[in-house]
Design a binder for this molecule. Structure first.
Ligand code: NAD
Length: 413
């Protein structure tokens, strides 16, 4: 699985700094501030007086949510606790409600207590929200509203989604092995602007029809900040950045194209930069996924393309994601939903959430070595042939949620 570790790793070196923003620090450290400035918050709790920079104290908020959320979060916590013990860190965990369970408890999918805990944390690990119980279209509020609100409250404007194929699971993908082998893409999806947040409305027309509209709106600075973040990531990977838009039709895309071209020319001349129309990108992802390195795009295009790309590795149960802002804690989660069809059965695949915990250690706490240790452990478990139900053919043997985590824990060195 050659592409696995590098894909999840944005930083090749490992500077552990407690300095303030603007200090004279190496480039990769400044990048870390750009990418996940919550690192700075956690690092502020480094036991500096002892001169020991290798251990760290951090507040981690767990938001288990609904369905299989609590099951997979419980396992990710076991892994984080093992890392904490192995490396001498001190993680302070607290659990708070979000989504359907929060609606049941408080009437609000994101209670104030949850927001307050998240805002004072160093990083957040989320399970999933939603389920049939809360699907009534006439309901006053929905679990997903909690997710949108937490992103807004924390200013999380960038969603990072690594798409990496696992050598051991290539045959689980609906695509041919020779097409997907070696896929290693890091998507940056803009998360707080565009069509999902622009002016929208529904009007009654005189002829009895209804007219609905949603508007894609972006500002220069919204484009600049995510393009910079993606370009900084490309510098630490294979030096390639693809910007996806629909500039032949949409004015907002034309702004993306102008702003990106300027930023890349002025600030990142060493990166091989290209632009691809979103409809072409939908095809290229299935025909030549290995030709992409870092991909940056707007909110809706990113939503659709990352879901399409998530099929490349074969199972939703393997893919983590991170949502980051300019400051404050990052939010880490598996990309899958609450899987109500298997909730409570003990068969959910916890590996995506465990890999999300690895991203949390890397991006928010700056613990590169610890993050890589988890990723290597997951790789070892797969290489040893251990599988959860979603990764085997019907009738084949598989391990449950707890048992596969036991193997991950045994593989952590
Ligand atoms: P889903 O991802 O929950 O499930 C899709 C399929 O994948 C199901 O068959 C499920 O059993 C399987 N699956 C998902 N995760 C798995 C895992 N870890 N291990 C094994 N199998 C797994 O998507 P859905 O069924 O469309 O949505 C279910 C609910 O989740 C809905 O209420 C939806 O709104 C919500 N949802 C939440 C999030 C989130 O919290 N970020 C994301 C997507 C969907």
């Amino acid at each position: 699985m050659p592409g696995f570790i590098p894909a999840l790793r944005l930083f090749r070196s490992e500077p552990h700094f407690c300095g303030a923003k603007g200090d004279n620090v190496p480039r990769q450290t400044i990048f870390r501030y750009h990418l996940a400035s919550s690192f700075c918050r956690a690092a502020a709790r480094c036991p500096r007086s002892s001169g020991d920079r290798s251990t760290l104290q951090a507040k981690i908020v767990l938001l288990p949510g609904d369905g299989i959320g609590p099951e997979v979060i419980r396992q990710a916590r076991r892994v984080l606790e093992a890392v904490e013990a192995n490396y001498g860190h001190q993680f302070e965990f607290s659990e708070h409600s979000i989504g359907g369970i929060a609606i049941d408890q408080t009437g609000d999918p994101l209670p104030d207590a949850t927001i307050a805990a998240c805002k004072t944390s160093d990083a957040i690990l989320l399970g999933a929200v939603g389920g049939p119980k809360w699907d009534d279209p006439n309901a006053k509020t929905r679990p997903e509203a909690g997710l949108l609100k937490i992103r807004k409250e924390l200013g999380l404007f960038a969603n990072l989604r690594p798409i990496v194929t696992f050598e051991e699971l290539l045959d689980a993908s609906p695509l041919k092995r020779e097409i997907i082998e070696g896929t290693d893409i890091l998507f940056f999806r803009e998360l707080t602007g565009g069509l999902y947040f622009g002016p929208s409305g529904l009007e009654e027309l005189p002829d009895g029809q209804q007219r609905a509209y949603s508007t894609a709106v972006y500002t220069t600075s919204e484009v600049e900040r995510i393009v910079r973040m993606a370009a900084n990531a490309a510098l630490k990977r294979r030096n390639k950045l693809t910007m996806v838009d629909k500039a032949n039709v949409l004015e907002a895309s034309r702004l993306w194209r102008r702003v990106s071209a300027r930023i890349m020319k002025e600030e990142f001349p060493s990166i091989a930069y290209d632009v691809v129309l979103v409809d072409s990108m939908a095809m290229h992802l299935l025909s030549r996924p290995t030709s992409f390195d870092v991909v940056v795009t707007s909110n809706m295009f990113g939503d659709i393309l990352t879901d399409e790309a998530s099929m490349l590795p074969g199972s939703l149960g393997m893919l983590p994601s991170a949502s980051l802002g300019a400051s404050g804690p990052g939010l880490y989660e598996p990309i899958h939903g609450s899987a109500p069809d298997i909730a409570g059965k003990g068969v959910a695949n916890p590996l995506a959430t465990i890999l999300a915990a690895a991203m949390l250690l890397r991006y928010s706490l700056g613990l590169e070595k610890e993050a890589a240790t988890i990723e290597v452990a997951v790789k070892k478990v797969l290489a040893a042939g251990h599988r959860t139900a979603d990764l085997v053919r019907r009738g084949d043997e598989f391990l449950g949620t707890v048992a596969i985590t036991d193997h991950v824990l045994q593989s952590l060195v």
